[in-house]
Design a protein around this ligand. Structure first.
Ligand code: ADP
Length: 483
């Protein structure tokens, strides 16, 4: 259980991997070094044997018939410093021993007929054998006379020294390897701990941030490395969450407030009416007012639902190729009575054959809303709609000669429930969701909506829509009624 928890630490896992890799590299490296050393030592030994054999062969006498006649007892002024360790024998071609000498009794070494045959055929043979407990390197070479092999010499040399050197080398490795790995593990644990310490700080700081206290930040003073960037990204995310939560709370509070206002009006009207008997005219008046407030609540709830849907899954659009020129003219037509009722001049300048792949109902809602606002908030003067091709898209602008909107309100205009003049807007039937929904609908089409306003001169709301895939309409405008 404890071990499992240990392995859940990146620090431990990182160190283990690092030590494992290091161990593999060191073992491979040491193996290669051992083999190279061993080859070099054997090579040296073989060369010494070869040189001594040449001296021995030189000291041999061969008669005219090509027979070996004399073999010196101790003939060799060995050039090798290990001369005293040599032992040797001379054989005739039949494998019979003619002479032998040296520190060992070669009689213990059986004559290998295969080696003798190979040597007589002109090739030298190296072999490793055991004499008693001692490993021996055995060299067998031909004695050449007048171009043919007339005998065989065999020289032996103990491998003890080579084996000892290799054993010492292995012993050094046996100590050095574990020591290196231990040091590397300690260093690895230390370094990994140091590198990962900020992660623990981030974890501890993040644990103190709860959904109710999103104003807190990690604010860790970390360098601009991976972990520093992680901490800053985390802070950025918390800031966005904080803003989203704040918006959500404001939205809920505003929505409740907006719903309470008509309820308060209804309750007040009803209480007054019920306080004492009234005539039919009075009751009728109350019912008309209640009806109006219920209408207002209906509109509000419908808009809230639209926004909730936009938030949750995006607004469902029924896109189709639409002749926008016709659709816009139709919307302006629907708005005419409103403008007329206020004595406003409503004009339209629409380019012909504007087409786009859009949801006609959504576009109708957006444009009608802009026209309705322009008419609502313009006491006298004119309202104008213009629509043109602009780049790859279509630009629809609704401008008025109304009071305009001062700069401090402009950034908030599309926020839910935002109204420049709350009382006046309510008086005019507005709840402050029209522009919010308009922007959601336009954005769902891949477009955007902006406002430009000069106080005292008027406002212009501009919708930019991409034309979409289809550019030639197959249908006229769908039946887009006013919202
Ligand atoms: P409302 O339902 O209150 O009209 P909107 O979201 O449509 O809500 O508009 C938000 C606010 O923007 C309005 O309350 C109003 O103060 C301001 N506004 C919108 N259009 C205009 C305009 N054409 N001229 C002046 N103010 C406007």
């Amino acid at each position: 259980m404890k071990l499992r928890r240990l392995f859940r630490s990146i620090r431990v896992r990182l160190t283990l991997w690092y030590v494992l890799l290091l161990a593999l590299v060191l073992v491979a490296f040491s193996g290669a070094l051992y083999l190279t050393l061993r080859t070099a030592l054997y090579h040296n030994l073989d060369n010494a044997l070869r040189n001594s054999a040449a001296l021995l062969v030189n000291a041999l006498d061969v008669d005219d018939q090509g027979h070996l006649t004399a073999a010196p007892e101790q003939p060799l002024a060995w050039s090798d410093p290990r001369a005293g360790e040599h032992f040797w024998r001379v054989l005739d071609p039949a494998g019979r021993v003619l002479a032998q000498a040296g520190v060992r009794d070669m009689g213990d070494v059986p004559v290998d007929p295969v080696a003798v045959a190979t040597v007589l055929a002109g090739r030298e043979v190296f072999d490793t054998i055991r004499l008693g407990n001692e490993p021996i390197r055995l060299y067998t070479a031909p004695v050449d006379h007048a171009g043919r092999a007339v005998g065989v010499v065999q020289l032996g040399l103990s491998l003890d020294e080579v084996r000892e050197t290799l054993a010492v080398f292995l012993a050094i490795l046996g100590v050095a390897l574990p020591a290196t790995l231990t040091l590397a593990s300690l260093g690895g644990i230390f370094l990994a701990g140091r590198a990962l310490r900020p992660v623990d700080r981030i974890t501890r700081a993040a644990q103190t941030i709860s959904a109710h206290d999103l104003s807190r930040r990690l604010n860790l003073d970390l360098p601009d490395d991976e972990l520093g960037r992680l901490a800053r990204t985390f802070d950025g995310m918390i800031a966005r969450l904080d803003e989203a939560f704040r918006r959500q709370r404001r939205f809920t509070a505003d929505a409740s407030h907006e719903l309470r206002t008509p309820l308060t009006v209804i309750k007040g009207d009803l209480s007054l009416a019920l306080a004492r008997p009234r005539d039919a005219q009075y009751y009728r008046q109350v019912l008309v007012e209640v009806d109006e407030e219920v209408d207002r609540m209906n509109r509000l709830v419908e808009r809230l639902l639209t926004l909730a849907r936009a938030d949750a899954e995006g607004l469902p659009l029924h896109r189709q190729p639409v002749n926008l020129s016709l659709l816009l003219a139709e919307i302006v037509e629907q708005a005419h009575p409103l403008a007329q009722a206020k004595g406003l001049e409503l004009t339209a300048q629409i380019a012909s054959d504007l087409t786009a792949e859009v949801d006609p109902d959504a576009i109708t809602e957006v444009v009608f809303n802009l026209l309705d606002n322009a008419i609502k908030y313009t006491p006298a003067g004119r309202v104008r709609l213009s629509a043109h091709l602009e780049g790859d898209g279509i630009r629809i602008a609704v401008s008025d000669s109304g009071p305009g909107i001062s700069a401090e309100h402009l950034p908030h205009l599309f926020e839910p429930f935002y109204r420049v003049d709350r009382a006046r807007s309510r008086e005019l039937g507005g709840v402050g969701l029209g522009l919010t929904i308009a922007r959601e609908l336009v954005r769902a089409h891949g477009g955007d909506i902006t406002v430009h306003s000069v106080p005292g001169e008027g406002s212009t709301f501009t919708v930019r829509l991409p034309q979409g895939e289809e550019k030639s309409p197959t249908k006229g405008p769908a039946t887009g009624g006013a919202p």
